[in-house]
Design a protein around this ligand. Sequence first.
Ligand SMILES: NC(=O)c1ccc[n+]([C@@H]2O[C@H](COP(=O)([O-])OP(=O)(O)OC[C@H]3O[C@@H](n4cnc5c(N)ncnc54)[C@H](OP(=O)(O)O)[C@@H]3O)[C@@H](O)[C@H]2O)c1
Length: 343
Amino acid sequence: MSYSPASDRYEKMVYRHCGKSGLKLPAISLGLWHNFGHDRPHELKQSICRTAFDHGITHFDLANNYGPPAGSAEEAFGEILKTDFAGYRDELIISSKAGYRMWPGPYGEMGSRKYLIASCDQSLKRMGVDYVDIFYSHRFDPNTPLEETMGALDHIVRSGRALYVGISSYNSDRTREAVAILKDLGTPCVIHQPSYNMLNRWVERDGLKDTLTELGVGSIAFTPLAQGMLTTKYLKGVPEGSRATQGKSLKRDFLSDAAIDKIRGLNAIAESRGQTLAQMALAWVLRDGGITTALIGASKPEQVVDCAGAVENLEFTAAELAEIDTLATDEEINLWAKSSEEA
Ligand SMILES: NC(=O)c1ccc[n+]([C@@H]2O[C@H](COP(=O)([O-])OP(=O)(O)OC[C@H]3O[C@@H](n4cnc5c(N)ncnc54)[C@H](OP(=O)(O)O)[C@@H]3O)[C@@H](O)[C@H]2O)c1
């Protein structure tokens, strides 16, 4: 069935400047890490993306390795771009990344110029686009000079493959260095993509969040729902088909009794605010303007609608924040800690 986006799509979403750049991003962005591989029907992927755009979600986040198999999420999104979003390319912000293992041999991962530029070309081909809006170094590589990795990002922009560049899961110190190198090269670092949610607050402890504000770099928080833990879905056991049943990135032991107790307490606060827990978790990530956008995933269109509704209440009282702080303490769920711990 042919698709026309909702005519009121820009009325409810909130758009914020990404750091000090001119780029505005929706407060809620959609990522295609899970649920966009060959293991899911194309119609479902299509309806998730359509629903997002209908709700003003203009930013779609991808990476070379999203699937399974790796690359298939970019292929699926390329198809959706052709069938559904043709004619809307200038209303979309599409990102991709390279850093994790993508092909065999010494040139298929990490931060070399060889890998980043080749991977970017592959991503453009899979999606059938001439350029991406944002291209990221997906993780810090301790064995490649940062000048080389940032030089590759600069080249990717200068050669027309991307409009903006960013980094993901770099800690505060490495971020300062990367931002300074990119500034010297004349290609600003516009965005940082760290993990961040009520059960994973490393960006506060590390100082990254304050550093980004100080440097005027925008940020997009991934796994803002802790892969679904910060919803009500696990409060009465593990539902069939949920991410925790898939043996992938959401480990069963993340759902400890202690974590579930915290989530139950957080849900009570969300209810008192008249929000779903997912909506409160997203509003909390966005609470003080330090984070530009919350990057969700979704296995169903209804989840996108629920999450987009977070923007209806982004304000917290001091008492609410203090109560949340008593429950929002770190669980051992940060799968990306290694990249930010590299010196
Ligand atoms: N830079 C990096 O290294 C990196 C790493 C990881 C992720 N990311 C990016 O971040 C994006 C988001 O990651 P994520 O998918 O883990 O984010 P998330 O938003 O924390 O979790 C998404 C999952 O939460 C559940 N969910 C979402 N909305 C819901 C709702 N309203 N009610 C109930 N359940 C809901 C769904 O789980 P079910 O599937 O169980 O329904 C969904 O698959 C990725 O797609 C990717 O773009 C980047």
